[in-house]
Each structure stands twice: as C-alpha cells, then as structure tokens.
Design a binder for this molecule. Structure first.
Ligand code: NAD
Ligand code: MG
Length: 306
C-alpha cells in the first residue's frame, strides 16, 4: 500500500521513471512474526499497488484464483488483475483474514468481484475445495496463479527438521499438482496457469535448502506441464521473483539480523516491492502472451539467471 507510512512513490507503473529510484532502499528494522506473518504488522508496509497499479483493460471479464492472495506478491497480483478487469478469488490461511479483507476492499473499490477462499494447502482435500469454491463463486475459472509458499531459514541441514521439509514440499510443490489438477476441470482453452518460483531455483542459499529445492521443482513442473497442456490451449508459465519485501521474510524466511540489508545486494541496489511483480503476471495471464509457454520470467532486480 503506497501511503505516507510506506514512504513509496505515488506514481504508477506506467509513468516513465528511474527503476533505481522508483522505491527507496529500505532498511527494515529487525522484526519477527509467527508464520505465515501479517502484512498489516510489517515495518515498513509493502506496496501492493493500491495507489501504484493502473489497469489498461487487459483482463476484461476474466476469472482468476490467486493462492496466497492476501499479502505480498499474491495480493499485488490480485489487485492488478482486478484493475485489469478480472474478478478475483483470493486464497489464504484463516489466520490471515485481516490481510485478506484489505485486498477484498481494494478489489471491490475497483468495481470487480472479490471472493474469499481460505484453506490450508497442507491438506489435499482442502486444496481441491479451494478450487471448487473459487470456480463456483466466480461462475468459472480461466486464470490460476499458484503463488502460496512456505519459507523457513535454518542454520544448517542438521538443524532443518524433517517435518519442516515435508511441509515445505507439500505447500510449495505437491499442493501445486493437486490445485492444478482440480482447476483443469474448469479451465477452458485460452486459460493461463502461472506458478511462482524464485531466484532460489538457480541460486540456492544454504539456509533455504528445502525451500530452494521446491522452487527448482516448480520451474521444472511448469516447463513439463506447459507441453502437456499446450494442445488444449492452456498456457503454463512461471515468475521467479528476487528479494521482495513481503510477510514471508520477517516470519522466519530470513535470519532476523539480515533484514536491515534485505535486497540491497542485487544490481538495482534495493529490494523489490510486491506491485513490481504484478506486470509479469498480467502479461502471462493476458492473451497478448499467446505464444509464450513454459517460460520463467525473472523479476529480480538484475541478478543473472540461466
Ligand atoms: P507472503 O507471505 O505474502 O505470501 C505467502 C502466502 O502463502 C501467505 O500469505 C499464505 O497465505 C500462503 N501460505 C503459507 N503457508 C500456507 C499453507 N500452509 N496453506 C495455505 N497457504 C499458505 O509472501 P510472498 O513473498 O508474497 O510469497 C508469495 C510467493 O512468492 C511464494 O511462493 C514465495 O516463495 C515466492 N517468492 C517470494 C520472494 C520474496 O522475496 N518475497 C522471492 C521469491 C519467491
Ligand atoms: Mg499472507
């Protein structure tokens, strides 16, 4: 939310500007929240595009489900999709209701329908139910954004418990198979599936071994599934963010002492804001990317990728 307390610019993404200076270099004070973390409790507040994303009618009449759509990148994508003319179902964990309500407010004020589908991706039955409820309440589905994720940093492999590894794989990649299979019952030709992966897929950080491995798997899954679904007219792509200021970071996603320098080592010299990811998802969801399949769009402030 670009506002006084965010200290972000009030310009939107279509205004010509220097990307180095579009947002200030943030130095978040050390802070910790329990997982999954609330955006409303973060200092500073991330910009999800309320005052900085301008729509241009590129998703008129579309129906989208965004997992983890209550905060961070998912919230920014949900806001952008609504501004582009789509109705949006946002999925989140029940304890994130306060963040979800804020995204619903922005979507509704944009004049689009917002649907709330809370649920825990640890449970395959809940995964299926999330998709069913979204499709039912939206009256169909033609965009699926698999974006929810778990990231917990550990000192070493020895200190990474099996339970955490299993949950990270279940939420980040196994649930993606279940959600996508259920969504295929609804997605017509012309639909788009977009999966959130990470720079960690190519540059794994030692404290994030389990997380990084799931992100490499998501890239691979996206490229494989893109080939299977191409003849049906359903395009699958991925977006790989770099360091973005979202609740995943201060809720054990990074060692707390690393937060004050968060994102400063990328070539652009600053962390990204969630709304800076949104145009990539809009592009991959919109019919204009009709010949783009199995691609991973890197939105990472300039870090080289394979
Ligand atoms: P975020 O905390 O705003 O979003 C993650 C969401 O995942 C949460 O809001 C929550 O709703 C959902 N989630 C977590 N555990 C869940 C569970 N058990 N069941 C259901 N939902 C659950 O943080 P974000 O950074 O916007 O994360 C969105 C995606 O972006 C994630 O896949 C993350 O791995 C990816 N990503 C983030 C960064 C970054 O620097 N922030 C970088 C690369 C990739
Ligand atoms: Mg959240």
């Amino acid at each position: 939310m670009a506002s006084e307390d965010t200290d972000t610019t009030q310009t939107d993404q279509l205004v010509f500007q220097d990307p180095v200076k579009r947002y200030p270099v943030i130095s978040p004070p050390e802070q910790t929240q329990e997982e999954p973390g609330l955006q409303s409790e973060m200092t500073p507040k991330p910009d999800i595009g309320e005052f900085s994303y301008r729509g241009t009618g590129r998703l008129e009449g579309r129906k989208a489900l965004v997992t983890g759509g209550d905060s961070g990148i998912g919230a920014a994508v949900a806001v952008a999709f609504a501004r582009e003319g789509a109705d949006v179902a946002i999925h989140y964990l029940p304890e994130e209701e306060v963040d979800a309500d804020e995204v619903v407010r922005i979507i509704t004020e944009t004049g689009r329908q917002a649907v709330k589908v809370p649920g825990d991706l640890i449970d395959p039955e809940q995964c299926r139910d999330i998709v069913r409820r979204a499709a039912e309440e939206l009256g169909g589905l033609d965009i699926l954004v698999n974006n929810a994720g778990k990231q917990v940093a550990n000192e070493s492999l020895e200190e990474t418990p099996d339970e955490q590894i299993q949950q990270t794989f279940q939420i980040n990649i196994i649930a993606m198979f279940t959600l996508t299979r259920e969504a295929l019952k609804h997605l017509p030709a012309g639909s788009a599936i977009i999966n959130t992966t990470s720079i960690q897929a190519y540059e794994p950080s030692p404290p994030l071994l389990d997380y990084a491995a799931t992100k490499a798997a998501i890239n691979n899954f996206s490229k494989g599934l893109a080939q299977e679904l191409a003849p049906k007219g359903i395009r699958v792509n991925a977006v790989a963010p770099g360091p973005i200021w979202t609740p995943i970071q201060p809720s054990h996603g990074q060692p707390t002492e690393d937060l004050p320098e968060f994102g400063q080592s990328v070539p652009l010299g600053r962390a990204g804001q969630p709304t800076e990811l949104a145009p990539a998802y809009v592009f991959l969801a919109s019919p204009e990317s009709s010949y783009v399949l199995g691609e991973t769009l890197n939105v990472n402030g300039g870090s080289p990728t394979p």
